[in-house]
Design a protein around this ligand. Structure first.
Ligand SMILES: [Zn+2]
Length: 377
């Protein structure tokens, strides 16, 4: 089955939306770092500051020998860096090399050669910058290349001036509110925050739940076709029981003679320009005449026929029961479309009914001799 990492991604990131409690716990701890970074006058903050943060900066505080809570915060502090951007004012709360405050990444990432030999990794912006310029101590004299990096750093610092009248601030870039949210960090940690629009289409589709799960498994290569069973030590054959080719997901639904025949029939019946060769290709398939099908109607049609192909494949592979007529898959897919049609909205029901009529009349006029053998074999 699918890995826990995949299942615990949010639905629009291609997962099943299960909550990974370990990541949630880490995100909740990062929320504490956020609250500490924002500072304040509350008693809990004053206590933590007095006990652990001698220069007011969490990242320079000691970890060893402190409470479990404080050690827990230190364990997840790298996650905070992914979303925190610092606005430097007096420079007293921002790490010169480790925080993101100039450009899109910390200076230690932008100038790794320089900051590897930096004398004090905990220096704050206020320690380095003053009216006379920038001063950083290095453990040894700089090489030619490091001098060039230093020059680049000085150029990017040209327009930076400290404002002694206000304190540094921190913003959270992973949320549009610019303020920390556990959800935004969770989304980032699980899939770097990237949404996959097609992933959501599956769950929003007007189909029975069983079919949505089937489509999700299909898209994530989680169906038990021969090659995926083989990877898990299955002793059976890796080849398709119908045509003898290696049985992958794509083979079952687009490459096998029975599925190619089904797509050829639909191409002719619906006036598609060509036969789709895989799932993303199917979504982009154009119709020779008339309006283009919407993505959710394409998903609906695909679901009906893919489910019919999968059932037919299972009958062949498991029960050794082969179809007497290749049109059986078309009739079966058509029957599923009819069965699920009431789940659709009014306009979509009409569209599917009209496609159903097209398919029916095409089947009525179908003469097997008309099939191009090269399409199927
Ligand atoms: Zn095959």
């Amino acid at each position: 089955m699918a890995k826990w990492d995949t299942l615990s991604r949010p639905i629009d990131q291609g997962g099943l939306g299960f909550i990974n409690t370990q990541i949630v716990n880490e995100c909740l701890l990062v929320k504490w770092i956020w609250r500490i970074a924002k500072g304040g006058n509350e008693t809990w903050y004053k206590l933590l500051e007095a006990k652990y943060m001698f220069d007011g900066n969490f990242f320079n505080s000691i970890c060893k020998g402190t409470s479990q809570f404080w050690q827990g915060l230190h364990k997840v502090k790298h996650l905070f860096k992914w979303g925190a951007i610092h606005k430097v004012c007096d420079g007293s709360l921002t790490s010169f090399r480790g925080d993101t405050w100039l450009g899109q990444a910390p200076l230690k990432t932008q100038f790794p050669d320089l900051f590897r030999i930096c004398d004090d990794p905990t220096i704050l912006v206020a320690d380095c910058l003053d009216e006379d310029g920038c001063c950083v101590n290095f453990r040894r004299s700089l090489s030619q290349r490091e001098h060039e990096s230093w020059g680049e750093l000085m150029t990017s610092l040209e327009n930076v001036a400290l404002d002694q009248n206000s304190r540094d601030e921190v913003y959270w870039v992973l949320d549009s509110s610019k303020s920390f949210t556990t959800k935004s960090l969770y989304r980032f940690v699980t899939n770097r925050g990237v949404s996959i629009p097609e992933a959501e289409n599956v769950w929003k589709a007007k189909l029975p739940l069983k079919i949505k799960i089937f489509l999700w498994q299909l898209k994530h290569n989680k169906l038990q076709v021969a090659t995926s069973l083989k990877r898990r030590g299955w002793k059976g054959s890796a080849y398709c029981c119908l045509c003898g080719k290696v049985e992958t997901n794509n083979h079952v639904f687009f490459g096998c003679s029975i599925s190619r025949f089904a797509w050829c029939c639909l191409r002719d019946a619906f006036g598609w320009a060509r036969c789709p060769t895989d799932l993303s290709d199917l979504m982009g398939v154009s119709v020779a005449s008339g309006p283009r099908l919407t993505n959710h109607l394409t998903t609906f049609i695909f679901a009906g026929f893919a489910w019919a192909i999968w059932r037919s494949r299972n009958k062949m592979a498991i029960e050794r029961c082969f179809p007497g007529n290749p049109l059986e898959v078309i009739h079966s897919g058509f029957a599923f479309m009819q069965k699920w049609r009431p789940l659709l909205g009014g306009a979509d029901q009409v569209a599917i009914a009209s496609l159903g009529e097209k398919l029916k009349s095409w089947l009525h006029n179908f003469v097997p001799d008309n099939v191009e053998v090269s399409d199927i074999v």
